[in-house]
Design a protein around this ligand. Structure first.
Ligand code: NAD
Length: 354
């Protein structure tokens, strides 16, 4: 859409945000302003293709810093905001919740205030096309039993400090729409996987540890079910919601990719055994069950009927091929994850149990 000329993306140096930035630059003519604090989770390498692009600008800003945000809005005059900046790792939210409250709740509040103030000052023509897209997770809906799926009207029931902080942020975004008229759209997506995912998350953690012949930690019996979606499919869905979503509405994004964690781990072992056979034999021998995560949700599953029906979105990647491509990507990009392991990864809850 050439009418929307500048998009301000928060968290654009993260796993999903960097895919948003790369996609906006390669598939549209839009200008992209990336607002990111560069926490441990940020990966400037994921934006190597953006460096030098005249349509790309980086602003190192904390979303909790209102004056710095307001100055960036004044400088770049965005026509839309995509808000992805967040603390995103559930295990860390259990060990140290404070940053989650700060960035996910206070940061979202601060960004909404700045965006609303800026939006009020726009001409009515620009105001009418302005969008604030708040990006969230299916974890806000809590845990499912064996049946059913999350729809947009499923009541919120977050269980971890991470999901509670995201739920709070979702409520704030809706309140700014309802109370102040800010043109908000929302989306809640299932678990993502793909290139440039930080090595603390399940899929890269298992790939890397399996390559190194280290124990593969699986929480409890590994029967927790997650609904997996390739990050590029998520980003396609985000652009559909941003450009064509109805104001005030939320859209669930998921591609029927439900798998028990243990099955994901076994599949990764098989893929790796095919691509780089281990002299010590099949890697499933490395699977090690560890004490379950406190309050671990049993099952997540998204019903994507609304985004499919209203916006015509559907995923392009099947889970097995997407997983194979992702394993190949980690094999081809060892310098990227190796540098992270050496320089800015503290091991987390699972990685520390080496
Ligand atoms: P990520 O942890 O990989 O990246 C987060 C980015 O936000 C990093 O670049 C970090 O530097 C930045 N950031 C953190 N705190 C900041 C602050 N105070 N100010 C400015 N920037 C800050 O996260 P991700 O996996 O790419 O997730 C992006 C968004 O998508 C999050 O809002 C997350 O809740 C949501 N989401 C993630 C998933 C998933 O499976 N990863 C699924 C659904 C929704």
């Amino acid at each position: 859409d050439q009418n929307t000329s500048t998009i301000l993306v928060t968290g654009g140096s993260g796993f999903i945000g960097s895919c948003v930035v790369r996609t906006l630059l390669s598939r549209t003519g839009l200008r992209v302003v990336n607002v990111d604090k560069l926490t441990y989770a940020a990966s400037p390498e994921a934006l190597a293709v953006a460096a030098g692009n005249p349509r790309y600008v980086f602003e190192k800003i904390d979303v909790c810093d209102g004056p710095a945000l307001a100055a960036a809005f004044a400088r770049h005059r965005p026509d839309a905001v995509m808000h992805l900046a967040a603390e995103s790792h559930v295990d860390r939210s259990i060990d140290a919740p404070s940053d989650f409250i700060q960035t996910n709740i206070v940061g979202t509040f601060t960004l909404l205030e700045v965006a609303a103030q800026y939006w009020r000052g726009l001409t009515s023509e620009v105001q009418a096309k302005f969008r604030f897209h708040h990006v969230s997770t299916d974890e806000v809906f809590g845990s499912l039993g064996a049946d059913g799926r999350f729809s947009e009207t499923t009541p919120y029931a977050p269980t971890s400090p991470y999901s509670a902080s995201k739920a709070a942020a979702d409520h704030l975004a809706r309140a700014w729409r309802h109370t102040f008229g800010l043109p908000v759209v929302l989306s809640n997506c299932s678990n993502n996987y793909g290139p440039f995912q930080f090595p603390e998350k399940l899929i890269p953690l298992i790939i890397i540890r399996a390559l190194e012949g280290k124990p593969l930690p699986v929480y409890g019996d590994g029967m927790q079910i997650r609904d997996w979606l390739h990050v590029e499919d998520h980003v396609d869905g985000l652009l559909a919601v941003l450009l064509r979503g109805q104001l005030g509405e939320s859209y669930n994004i998921g591609g029927y990719g439900e798998r028990p964690n243990i099955e994901v781990v076994r599949t990764l072992c098989t893929i790796l055994d095919d691509l780089v056979p281990s002299p010590d034999g099949p890697r499933q021998r490395l699977i090690t069950h560890v004490a379950d995560r406190p309050g671990h949700d049993v099952r997540y599953a998204i019903d994507p009927a609304k985004i499919t029906g209203e916006l015509g979105w559907k995923p392009a990647h099947g889970f097995e091929t997407g997983l194979k491509d992702t394993v190949r990507w980690y094999l081809d990009n060892e310098p990227w994850w190796r540098a992270i392991l050496e320089q800015r990864y503290d091991g987390g809850r699972l990685g520390a149990k080496a």
